[in-house]
Design a protein around this ligand. Sequence first.
Ligand SMILES: [Zn+2]
Length: 131
Amino acid sequence: MTYFESEFSIGETVFVAGTRREQLEGECGFCAGTGDNVGKDGKDRACPECRMRSGVVKLDEWHLEPYIQGPLTVGRIEVMFYGESDDRNYERYMCDETGVGSGTVWGGGIGQTLHRTSEQAHRAARRMCSA
Ligand SMILES: [Zn+2]
């Protein structure tokens, strides 16, 4: 009989570290960042490019932002265990705050990791952004 010990236990508090893609913003080229569109008659209309965003447009550039969620309480553990030191092994967690049964699955190599403290989670998220 093989026993598997998960990293976190039911009822334990965890913090999720991950990354989020953020779209960069920049000055609107059409109105040069003023948000105005003045016609030859002097009438002022909202800029057709940035509309109500007053001179700011979304650029076609993205960057990674650290993403932290928690504290969360472990409510379900899903373990896939193929054997000692097998690369396919994983643990995934569902938490009371984000839904157990149907809800968000955390960990298990799907873009984020779980940690015991928010400090550890912040460090891990920043590392993911610079990787
Ligand atoms: Zn504009």
